[in-house]
Write a protein that binds this ligand. Structure first.
Ligand code: AMP
Length: 413
């Protein structure tokens, strides 16, 4: 295997970052890991290589920079540092400025800063990672890959909110959508599975993890998606509410004195599966609670999962409006790839559209196994396809830096 195709992919959050070193052509991962609890006394970094895990404590005065320096030392010790041809960064919000991935220079950094107010939790953390990596890997090209870029193809009827249009024109308030790399990846995989050109497919991709979103993809382009200005809109998520009557926020403010921070906490951190069940944000835990002998626990879990699956089904049904026809529904993300229970519950709501599940296939498609799960009589295919956001980031980084001939359809292009 050529070492010249190695890309280091960084996904930087405010107190953690994930990393992976992978071959941009084959997708083979040489190294992956996670630095976490950055900024606290027990900050640590974990490396996974050849099936082995190795954790180190971090001297954490400089948070991300110390963690990235430790990663650089590890890469050097393991003889991997010379293989890195590019660094690819996941950046959450690209606003309307970024419709595709870009090589990072000082003007890119300024533009990412400019849209940071739209993603105040994420973009500043992504920038810390970019700046730390530029210090740690001098001379190695760095590429930003945006979660929003793929959705920039949405038409105005999908991205505009029905509010005073000056709020869009002057303040940029519109639907941007997120999870773009995931929807992009699984839609391309689905086209291959369907033996069709991407330019001829109409699919609905359903990313269900801690964050959840649905995307309508016509001829390879995103034409609608459920997350909005922020990742809070749309589906019920682990701790986010998804759609709700905007009047609720006004009511809570006027009657109960909620302010922005309290609403943020409520709708981002205490809602979704956690808020509904009062038990957990984690789907696996809730599925286990379905078996509980305690009736209240069992009913709480059941209700939360029912609200979750009904909402997903409503979105799938409504997104048929965005498409000329429906070739396939594609499930991905931790829940979409693993929960045969929820997939079955979701599709059960879609009988009117002629969709059906083959339960034996549904049970088999779990734990990293890709496969069709539709019944023989289903009017469209239903697939489970594991996502691979790191590979999309590595491929975009390669194409924009050292491998211009790589024949990728660019994210967002
Ligand atoms: P992600 O954010 O994509 O890592 O997905 C995390 C979610 O996937 C959590 O709610 C997990 O409980 C859920 N998940 C992972 N494995 C399973 C499984 N075997 N069955 C049900 N849910 C799962």
């Amino acid at each position: 295997m050529s070492s010249a195709n190695q890309v280091l992919v960084l996904n930087c959050g405010s107190s953690s970052f994930k990393f992976a070193l992978l071959n941009s052509e084959t997708g083979t991962e040489t190294l992956s890991g996670l630095a976490e609890r950055l900024g606290s006394d027990d900050a640590s970094i974990t490396f996974k290589r050849n099936g082995n895990k190795n954790s180190l404590s971090l001297n954490d005065k400089n948070r991300h920079l110390d963690a990235i320096k430790t990663l650089v030392s590890y890469l050097e010790t393991e003889g991997l540092s010379n293989d890195i041809a590019a660094v690819g960064h996941r950046v959450v919000h690209g606003g309307e400025k970024f419709t595709e991935s870009v090589v990072i220079d000082s003007s890119t950094i300024k533009s990412i800063e400019d849209v940071s107010s739209l993603a105040p939790l994420h973009n500043p953390a992504n920038l810390i990672g970019i700046e730390a990596a530029m210090v740690a890997f001098p001379g190695i090209p760095q590429v930003a890959v945006f979660d929003t870029a793929f959705h920039q193809s949405m038409p105005a009827k999908a991205y505009l909110y029905a509010i005073d249009k000056q709020l869009y024109k002057e303040k940029g308030i519109r639907r941007y959508g997120f999870h773009g790399t995931s929807h992009f990846y699984v839609s391309r995989q689905a086209a291959e599975s369907l033996a069709k050109q991407i330019s001829e497919t109409s699919v609905i991709t359903v990313h269900l993890g801690n964050g959840c979103s649905v995307c309508a993809i016509e001829n390879g382009q995103s034409v609608d998606t459920s997350m909005g200005l922020t990742p809070m809109e749309g589906l019920v998520m682990g701790t986010r509410s998804g759609d709700l009557d905007p009047g609720i926020t006004i009511y809570l403010m006027r009657k109960y004195g909620y302010d922005a921070d309290k609403l943020d906490q409520l709708l981002n951190k205490q809602s979704g599966l956690l808020g509904l069940s009062g038990l957990s944000n984690d789907c696996r835990t809730l599925e286990q609670a379905l078996e509980s002998e305690d009736e209240q626990t069992q009913q709480s879990a059941q209700l939360a999962l029912e609200v979750f699956s009904y909402r997903v089904a409503k979105y799938i049904a409504s997104y048929t409006c965005a498409l000329t026809h429906l070739d396939a529904v594609v499930f991905t993300g931790g829940i979409g790839e693993n929960s045969d229970y929820l997939r079955s519950r979701i599709i059960a709501h879609l009988g009117v559209l002629g969709l059906s599940v083959d339960e034996a296939r549904n049970t088999a498609a779990r734990f990293g196994h890709s496969g069709p799960i539709h019944g023989n009589d289903s009017r469209a295919a239903i697939w489970v396809i594991p996502t691979n956001e790191e590979l999309v980031i590595a491929q975009d980084a390669a194409r924009l830096t050292f491998n211009h001939s790589q024949d990728n359809q660019q994210q967002g292009a």
